[in-house]
Design a protein around this ligand. Structure first.
Ligand code: NAP
Length: 465
């Protein structure tokens, strides 16, 4: 294929990727956004194949088998994965992007002529820079994402693990890495390349190990950003414009999302990068067993209270996702509206287990978008609400985030459900949330606990209505 035509096609796929990101920014346009992304990726892959087709049948077999097996595994995993397990899937996918960056950089180092970047022992200086940055960021992303996967998947404790002198070790390792990177660019030494790879693999693990589960959304998004920059690095090595554009888009959007989440959780971005945040204080025991009395009611009580309310704000959380209660919840909202009650949904930026988790579930249940509000837009309304209906949410309502400097979630903005006249909590028992801390709200006078599975209880409330 003519290089000019390829450049135009890569540009088209780049534009489609930008349209995909734009589409994904709102539930109404997200399907269309996904479609743009798929078409863009299809064009990019076909253009690359047409531009430099495999030289023999074996090459074609490898390419087709790679697409078939990889695509097949991707399709099966995407179909089977539970919505609640999506964050660990994303982390696992990021690890593959990191690994790909390492492997491509190694291939370019051993066979530079095939990449058009020089000859063994005489690789162009700029290519050495791209290669070493790609391998360092890729290796950090690889091990970091594996640790994030293990923590999110429950293979490793989600609690912050505090390694002694971790800041010093991380800074020391990063400084050593920088020196070795400069040395590699000057010498192109193969042993140095592998030392840099190993150091980066270690640094990736050390960066993520101290981080507590409650801060994991920021980590996943930060690794997303790293994987983008690693991909952009490979794009330069391969001289592939589409990969440079895609990598830069993923890198910058991940970085912006991390920044927004840091602000939402009141964490400093620098301390995130140093792997220190969330590690200063440990959370209480998960599944706290409480002996203090709580007020608990029945689904009928809840139905009665809400029917007589003027304004109900629904706060969904992780438990709603586990129970798949969103459809019953939407029916409940619809019935309340028929009774003349004003119903709104309040979404915390880190409710559930991934950014946008609750928005996706509510959209799936066809909750009208204009009834769904973000934290900053709805928080002032709890004071005027008769009922805050908290379904499977816990940490995102915990006032300790405002009042207890020793709490691991201190500083995280929360939904002010406590200000509503009555707070109804649907959960199975007195279990703590993701951060493993107790929620003082359960024991307040204006709180009524509705114990049971979120879907079952909501269906009972529906019957009561
Ligand atoms: P949460 O604090 O984890 O609390 C969820 C609650 O749901 C639990 O206390 C649990 O109590 C209850 N629950 C579980 N299964 C249930 C079921 N089938 N029916 C009814 N209740 C059920 O959830 P959240 O308020 O949504 O807060 C999210 C937390 O996850 C935050 O700490 C956040 O930082 C963290 N996180 C968020 C993301 C993200 O990107 N959104 C990613 C990783 C971590 P019982 O056991 O008593 O039922």
């Amino acid at each position: 294929m003519n290089a000019n035509i390829a450049a135009v096609l890569y540009l088209v796929s780049g534009i489609l990727f930008i349209l995909a990101l734009r589409g994904l920014s709102h539930p109404t346009t997200s399907r269309q956004g996904n479609l743009f992304g798929m078409v863009g990726m299809g064009i990019a892959v076909l253009t690359t194949l047409a531009l430099s087709p495999p030289s023999d049948v074996f090459g074609w077999v490898l390419v087709i088998a790679g697409i078939g097996i990889g695509g097949g595994i991707g399709a099966v995993v995407a179909r089977r994965i539970a919505m609640t397990a999506m964050p660990q899937l994303v982390a696992a996918f990021h690890s593959l992007v990191g690994l790909a960056a390492v492997l491509v950089a190694a291939a370019a180092l051993y066979a530079p002529a095939a990449f058009g970047i020089g000859t063994p022992g005489d690789i162009h200086g700029a290519s050495l820079v791209e290669m070493v940055l790609g391998v360092a960021i890729g290796a950090i992303t690889f091990t970091g994402s594996i640790i994030a996967f293990a923590k999110l998947n429950g293979n490793m404790s989600g609690k912050p693990i505090m390694l002694p002198f971790r800041h010093l070790i991380n800074i020391g390792l990063a400084a050593l890495l920088l020196i070795l990177i400069v040395a590699f660019v000057l010498t192109g030494s193969i042993p140095l390349f592998w030392i840099i790879t190993i150091l980066s693999l270690v640094l990736g693990g050390l960066l993520i190990i101290p981080i507590g589960g409650a801060d994991m959304p920021v980590v996943v998004s930060m690794l997303n950003s790293y994987s983008g920059w690693a991909a952009a690095g490979i794009g330069f090595t391969l001289g592939n414009t589409a990969l440079i554009i895609t990598g830069a888009l993923v890198g910058s959007s991940g970085a912006i999302l991390s920044y927004i989440m840091c602000k939402a959780m009141n964490r400093s971005f620098i301390s995130v990068i140093l792997g220190g945040f969330g590690g200063e204080t440990a959370g209480g025991p998960a599944g706290v067993v409480e002996t203090r009395p709580v007020k608990h009611g029945s689904a009928e009580d809840a139905a009665y209270i809400m029917k007589n309310a003027q304004k109900v704000i629904i706060v969904p959380g992780y438990g709603m996702a586990v129970a798949q209660a969103q459809h019953a919840l939407r029916e409940m909202g619809d019935l309340l509206k028929k009774e003349g009650v004003e119903v709104k949904y309040a979404i915390h930026p880190v409710a559930g287990r991934m950014p946008g988790h609750m928005n996706v579930l509510l959209a799936e249940a066809q909750v009208p978008y204009d009834e769904v509000f973000e934290l900053e837009d709805i928080n002032s309304e709890f004071a005027q609400a008769d009922v805050a209906f908290v379904i499977g949410a816990n940490d995102v309502t915990n006032p300790a985030a405002k009042t207890d400097p020793a709490s691991p979630i201190f500083g995280m903005p929360i939904l002010d459900v406590e200000k509503a006249k009555t707070v109804l909590f649907i959960k199975r028992g007195m279990g703590s949330g993701y951060a493993g801390v107790e929620n003082e709200l359960f024991f307040r006078d204006n709180t009524m606990m509705l114990f049971g599975d979120a879907k079952k209880v909501t269906e009972e409330v529906l019957k009561g209505l």
